[in-house]
Design a protein around this ligand. Structure first.
Ligand code: GDP
Length: 180
């Protein structure tokens, strides 16, 4: 089996979406196993390295890139998007505008990541903060967004309660690195 191979990668995974939707919290939950209630606005880019162990398949390193959504960092965005192998797009299920802005983020991916050499990279859509109520976006609307932008899948997640984060990321990894 592929179990005894060195880990593959690292693959660059960009985590995008509006400010305060939970990008940093998702990365921190996934890569470090922690959650922080306090909100620290991300300044520039942070990285986290995650070893994904996969039963019966080659392990994979992911390099998770976190960025501020703020426009004043736009000089960084080219570096941020460059050579990404996959994309995690996050919105806040309790803040409708962050869902509307998924379109804007995916247009950026379309323009800056999905070049003619690479073709489209796999992307997943995360409806985060599902532990909070009320939810301002319906499942049908999320499904429609998934179809429109060719997301490989969408998940309701909570970085706070650790809901669906590992499952969502495992789905993404399987699309970056299909089983040989
Ligand atoms: P970012 O700007 O997109 O990186 O957002 P952060 O990760 O900094 O999160 C913004 C705020 O939302 C912080 O106060 C987090 O503690 C909180 N938060 C993030 N994810 C969740 C979640 O799943 N549930 C709840 N209740 N709060 C969350």
């Amino acid at each position: 089996m592929a179990d005894d191979l060195e880990p593959d990668g690292p693959y660059k995974v960009i985590v995008i979406g509006d400010g305060a939707v939970g990008k940093t919290s998702i990365i921190s939950r996934y890569a470090l196993g922690t959650f922080d209630e306090g909100y620290k606005k991300t300044l520039g880019v942070d990285f986290a390295l995650k070893l994904v162990e996969r039963k019966g398949k080659q392990d994979v390193y992911l390099q998770l890139w976190d960025i501020a959504g703020q426009d004043q960092f736009s000089s960084l965005t080219r570096v941020y998007f460059r050579h990404a192998s996959a994309c995690v797009t996050v919105f806040d299920l309790t803040a409708r505008q962050t869902f509307e802005n998924v379109k804007k983020w995916m247009d950026e991916v379309e323009a800056k990541v999905n070049t003619s050499e690479t073709g489209p990279v796999p992307a997943i859509l995360l409806a985060n903060k599902c532990d909070l109520k009320p939810h301002e976006v319906s499942d049908a609307e999320i499904e429609e967004m998934k179809e429109r932008y060719n997301f490989v899948a969408w998940f309701k997640t909570s970085a706070k309660d650790n809901t669906n984060i590992d499952k969502a990321m495992a789905t993404l990894v399987d699309h970056i690195k299909p089983t040989e």
